[in-house]
Design a protein around this ligand. Structure first.
Ligand SMILES: [Zn+2]
Length: 265
């Protein structure tokens, strides 16, 4: 699942390619907007809020926002006119065409065309955005502590606490902080430090598509525990553990080192 830094980079990609451009053609391949047409509109900008993308389009007196979310498999690609699409056409959910570029949103989890005045309805529930201009450590920590008994990993994944952390960073943050993912968030020593590290991790990765938390960009060396189950821990050699954790129906693979991250007594 794409994390906040990937979404941030995607917003920049779309912003650079489309902002200031007039849309020659638009194609919304989702049932609720199948007849929508923004052609003739001018793209103002694309911004990210946590893992949400907001592409703003002015068309005459109309002020539209295209709200998209990558969810599990989604991606936006910017192509030159006539360039071959990198993913199957039937997975395209939105196509925005300008004289210079075609932006195609593939397998997007959310595609919603809304009045710009209603943006808060789709992103207003989010906690402080780790890569947003209003990033606020104190507010994020206070949100996390609203439910002190909740497992720390689950609390970090809850976008209403702080926005931008996905499965990779949740696992890596628990490892670097030496806490078991199931530790109640209220019992995490130095929670402020963990949250500051979250910001630092996303910030360090926000300008490239490859994510690393170890500082090593080689494919098999990028993470401490994420997707390293059964491999030796980079610190102590204990095999990394994996288990499905989280609320029923929304459980995800959780990775940790049983020695470096003992379950609290
Ligand atoms: Zn270890």
């Amino acid at each position: 699942m794409p994390e906040g830094d990937t979404v941030y980079l995607t917003a920049h990609l779309l912003d650079r390619a489309l902002s200031g451009q007039v849309l020659e053609r638009t194609d919304f391949r989702v049932p609720q907007h199948a007849t929508a047409d923004l052609s003739g509109g001018t793209v103002v900008e694309t911004a990210s809020r946590g893992k949400h993308l907001l592409t703003r389009v002015d068309r005459g007196d109309e002020r539209w926002t295209l709200h998209t979310h990558l969810k599990m498999e989604g991606s936006w690609k910017v192509l030159k006119p006539g360039q071959r699409w990198p993913r199957p056409a039937h997975t395209a959910r939105v196509v925005l065409t300008t004289p210079k570029a075609t932006a195609v949103g593939f397998s997007l989890g959310v595609v919603e065309l809304i009045d710009r005045a209603g943006e808060d309805d789709v992103v207003g529930h989010l906690g402080p955005d780790l890569l947003g201009p209003g990033w606020d450590v104190e507010a994020a920590v206070a949100n996390l502590l609203r439910d002190p008994d909740r497992p720390v990993r689950e609390a970090l994944l809850d976008q209403t606490n702080l926005a931008g952390i996905g499965n990779l960073y949740a696992a890596e943050l628990c490892f670097i902080s030496g806490v078991h993912p199931q530790t109640p968030v209220g019992s995490v020593p130095e929670l402020h430090r963990l949250v500051r590290r979250a910001h630092q991790m996303l910030d360090l990765n926000k300008d490239r598509w490859v994510q690393t938390t170890t500082g090593d960009l080689r494919e098999r060396e990028r993470t401490w525990v994420y997707r390293r189950d059964r491999s030796p821990c980079r610190r102590c050699g204990t095999p990394v553990a994996v288990e499905m954790q989280g609320p029923a129906g929304r459980d995800r693979a959780s990775y940790w080192c049983p020695s470096c991250q003992p379950l609290p007594a």
